[in-house]
Ligand binder design. Structure first.
Ligand SMILES: [Zn+2]
Length: 183
C-alpha cells in the first residue's frame, strides 16, 4: 500500500517524529523512511519540497538523525520527564548546526533554509523555540508513540487521531464492558 503521510502533530517537527509508526511496540515498529520514495512523499505532503525532490540516501540519513534526536528529547518532555543529558547534548549539536547552515533573509526578516534537510532541522529548532511544550503529548495508545501539540482549549486531546487510536481504545473498552457483564 502506498504510504500516505498523516500530518497530525500540529508542527512539522512532530510530523517528522511521527514517520515512525508503533515506536513503543518493537514487534510492530515501522520506519516509513526506510524507503526513499516515502521520504519524497513526506517532504511533498509536509510542504518542505514543492517539486519532486531527488531524495538521496544522505538526505534520508540526515532526516532520520534529526528525527531520532528530536524524539529522544520530546518523548520525555511529553510525559513530564527530564530528558537524558546525552540526548540534550545531541539536540544542542543539531541546533547549532542549523544556525550555521541557515541564511538570514532581510525582507521579511527571518531565518531560512532552502535545502530540505536544513529546512527540517530549522523546524526542529522552531518547535523548541516557539511552541509551548507544556502542550506536548504522546498518544494515549500503549504502542503508538506518536507525538502532538494539544491545541484543544481545555487540553483534553488524548489520541494522535480519534479515528485511529481513539477508536481502537473505544472499541476495546466496549468489548471489556460487554465481557464484564456476561462474566
Ligand atoms: Zn496513536
Amino acid at each position: 500500500m502506498t504510504y500516505r503521510p498523516e500530518l497530525i502533530g500540529g508542527h512539522l517537527a512532530l510530523d517528522l517524529v511521527n514517520t515512525v509508526a508503533w515506536r513503543r511496540d518493537p514487534t510492530r515498529t515501522v520506519d516509513r523512511f526506510a524507503d526513499l520514495p516515502n521520504v519524497e512523499r513526506w517532504l511533498l505532503a509536509a510542504g518542505v519540497s514543492r517539486d519532486q525532490a531527488v531524495v538521496t540516501r544522505r538526505l534520508r540519513d540526515d532526516l532520520v538523525a534529526a528525527r531520532d534526536i528530536a524524539y529522544d528529547v520530546l518523548a520525555r518532555l511529553a510525559v513530564g520527564d527530564r530528558p537524558a543529558r546525552a540526548t540534550v547534548d545531541a539536540l544542542h549539536g543539531l541546533i547549532s548546526g542549523v544556525v550555521r547552515s541557515a541564511s538570514v533573509e532581510l525582507s521579511p526578516f527571518g531565518w531560512r533554509a532552502d535545502d530540505p534537510g536544513d529546512a527540517v532541522r530549522l523546524a526542529v529548532w522552531r518547535l523548541f523555540e516557539d511552541e509551548d511544550l507544556g502542550r506536548l503529548r504522546q498518544c494515549g495508545d500503549d504502542g503508538c508513540g506518536w507525538l502532538f501539540l494539544d491545541r484543544s482549549k481545555n487540553g483534553s486531546r488524548r489520541w494522535c487521531s480519534s479515528a485511529d487510536c481513539g477508536n481502537r481504545a473505544r472499541a476495546r473498552r466496549h468489548y471489556e464492558r460487554a465481557r464484564g457483564t456476561t462474566a
